[in-house]
Design a protein. Structure first.
Length: 256
């Protein structure tokens, strides 16, 4: 690619690019770069190289554009000089030849410009369609991202439910092991403030209630639960006592 050219990478929908002939593709790429390069697409020399991309829905090109340099005007001037040097025509005839060559070159350039402008006019609807396809592709990608995020959230919620079920089953097993044969669990209820499970139980004595609470505290610590010990109350004869404690399972609202 020429060193004095404007360079930029351009992405086109693969369906649209595949339908374009090389000349049409060059014009389309020049049209895409026209707002940035300042080179009118109709007057641009375009060189491009396709670049591999993981997204199969697009084609990526490294593009270089620069103003077109007319070779015909140079050749016409060269012919005029050769004519003057070789034939040594009178000055008036030489001037007429140069003017004629310039006029011919101008007519050729004007014709080429008209053809390029006509091609651009035909390409404009295609450009509108390209932009529409791009917008639809962007919307589709956003919808796909939203679906993926929703699936991740759903999977996380399901895992959380499974974790709480396992924790509740573990809690019941601990109560059966610690309290079995030593006390009677009167109730299990939900504490809205802490999100924990409030345990009310009756033991044979105040001392036994303390030991049971200590055992529950040890088992809770092993499992990463937090426990808040409530009061111990005894009957009038001192032989029966009731105690409470609140165990909070991992995560807020674990008992709900």
């Amino acid at each position: 690619m020429k060193k004095d050219a404007f360079r930029q990478r351009v992405r086109l929908p693969a369906v649209q690019a595949a339908a374009l002939k090389p000349q049409e593709l060059s014009l389309a790429l020049a049209y895409e770069l026209e707002p940035f390069s300042g080179v009118p697409a109709a007057d641009a020399e375009v060189e491009w190289t396709e670049v591999a991309d993981q997204d199969v829905s697009v084609r990526v090109y490294d593009v270089a554009v620069r103003p077109r340099r007319s070779s015909s005007s140079k050749s016409g001037a060269g012919k005029a000089v050769a004519t003057l040097e070789g034939l040594v025509l009178p000055a008036c005839i030489a001037s007429a030849a140069v003017l004629l060559a310039v006029a011919v070159d101008f007519a050729v350039l004007r014709h080429r410009r008209a053809e390029s402008e006509a091609a651009v006019a035909e390409l404009t609807p295609a450009t509108v369609e390209i932009r529409r396809i791009r917008a639809e592709a962007k919307k589709t990608r956003a919808e796909a991202d939203a679906i993926a995020s929703s699936r991740e959230s759903s999977a996380a919620a399901q895992e959380r439910v499974a974790e709480l079920r396992r924790a509740h089953a573990d809690l019941l097993a601990v109560l059966a092991t610690v309290c079995g044969g030593r006390s009677v669990v009167k109730s299990l209820s939900h504490d809205p403030a802490s999100g924990g499970v409030v345990i009310k139980a009756v033991a044979a004595s105040t001392e036994e209630s303390r030991r049971i609470r200590e055992d529950l505290s040890g088992e809770s610590a092993k499992r990463g639960w937090s426990i808040a010990l409530g009061p111990i109350s005894s009957g009038g004869d001192g032989r029966m006592s009731e105690f409470t404690c609140t165990i909070v399972l991992p995560g807020k609202g674990g008992a709900s």
